[in-house]
Write a protein that binds this ligand. Sequence first.
Ligand code: 3PG
Length: 210
Amino acid sequence: MAVNNALELAGYGPVIPVIVLQRVQDAVPMAQALVAGGVRVLEVTLRTPVALECMELIAREVPEAIVGAGTVRSVADARAARDAGCQFAVTPGYVSEISLECREIGLPLLPGVATASEVMAANADGLSFLKFFPATAAGGIPMLKALGGPFTDVVFCPTGGLTPQNAPEFLALPNVKVCGGSWLTPADAVAAGDWGRITQLAREAQALRG
Ligand code: 3PG
């Protein structure tokens, strides 16, 4: 499944799981568990030494999954993600050089912003689907409403501090089409190989509506 534009990611469901994998052997069963719950877009963060290997495995062995790299912090990270078979990249903040590189290598990018200036920098590089991070700490719903004033054509994916309880309120905003969160893949469930719990959390997340 090729992704041409990051905004297409919002079409697969209301929540993109933000995933931290500590062990290579967890990658495929976790991805399968999420897909079984209807969640296909998976952001695997580059926060562990095994992350790239995990992305490669998911890309190869779980064809229903649309795997992307999170925590991309450099041009080298973006290239490594593309080489691992990722279909998109997510950055925590805005760096123009990374945006331009992603465009160059054909990797759809969902870049992080937290201020009006960062939204303007992303817009100047042609991007209008942006991650709002860290969502609750950076002003939450009032901030998204305020950004909706000047930036009528910008769509946000709030991430950071979202829960199954507060996600519906974020998803109800007109400038939010999807949100991100780590709650679908709790570290204890992954460590215990409790894939049934992850499928259930995925199902519940997939059913969330604004
Ligand atoms: C992160 O930084 O790990 C993501 O933004 C997810 O944040 P969360 O753990 O608050 O969902």
